[in-house]
Design a protein around this ligand. Structure first.
Ligand SMILES: [Fe+2]
Length: 270
């Protein structure tokens, strides 16, 4: 027996049709993990989990990162509810969570609590599919590239004309170098791109930017992207090791609120 599913787009996203009880039983955890890796995004429409249920479900899939209150991090731009809300403004740009770490988080799940009247849709791009569909000569080109990821590149997206003081502060954060192509332990390959990627080792700034921009545009073409229009109570999981994501801009005072639970990373980018 397997869970009933329907694909959202040919190359990314699958909706899973089931109940709270079935998910919380953990009996389909292996199927869900497998499906997540294959499809990048899993949607459980209007699942309606409480924070406690979401946490319990996450624990059937892997080890939960202890962040926020008991493993539930509040996604909101309201600084009264989240003292790191400021940081979330950068999430309107494509990124992989923890791309500045050696082992990025495995996956994250969100339950929508309050929606914004405008914006707030979340988009996901399948970086496995983007690599697999590259022409062979491009694959050979990117296979050997190594990319520098840093805080500076995130911040530059928000503050395009930084002062010397800002630059010096950003550069206090250590840089992280990753291969552009992640060869996973499964043998599958995905692209590692996004907001944190700023320079290619051994290339000039201009050449780096040109290559990164071209690949970023390739990887975020409509056929690789699923855009989620939220309904309150939706539960969605994305595979942070094979998907980039971003959110459509929404007003800071919109009240938009989602509960996020994140699974600990399991393999380094290599
Ligand atoms: Fe994120």
């Amino acid at each position: 027996m397997s869970l009933p599913t329907s694909d959202l787009k040919p190359k990314i996203g699958t909706a899973v049709h089931t109940t709270q009880e079935v998910l919380l039983s953990g009996q389909y955890a292996a199927q869900i993990r497998d499906l997540l890796e294959q499809r990048g995004v899993l949607l459980f429409p209007k699942m309606g989990f409480t924070d406690e249920q979401q946490l319990a479900f996450a624990q059937t899939l892997g080890e939960v990162i202890q962040q926020g209150l008991k493993g539930i991090y509040k996604i909101t731009l309201d600084p009264k509810l989240n003292d790191t809300a400021d940081y979330l403004h950068a999430t309107t740009h494509w990124h992989i969570d923890g791309a500045q770490d050696t082992v990025p988080t495995r996956a994250s799940m969100l339950t929508a609590r309050v929606l914004s009247n405008v914006g707030g849709q979340t988009e996901f791009a399948n970086t496995y599919a983007a690599y697999e569909d590259l022409p062979e000569d491009k694959k050979r080109l990117v296979d050997s590239l190594r990319v520098v990821h840093s805080q500076e590149f995130i911040q530059r997206a928000l503050h395009p004309n930084p002062t010397e003081v800002q630059l010096a502060r950003w550069r206090e954060h250590p840089e992280q170098v990753h291969p552009m192509v992640w060869t996973h332990q499964s043998g599958r390959k995905s692209l590692v791109l996004g907001l944190t990627a700023g320079r290619i080792e051994g290339k000039s700034e201009e050449e780096s930017r040109a290559i990164l921009d071209e690949l970023q545009a390739w990887a975020t073409q409509p056929q690789f992207v699923y855009r989620h229009e939220w309904t309150v109570g939706d539960l969605l999981i994305w595979d942070n090791t094979g998907v980039m994501h971003r959110v459509e801009k929404y007003p800071a005072d919109s009240g938009r609120l989602l509960s996020r639970t994140t699974l600990v990373g399991e393999e380094p980018i290599a």
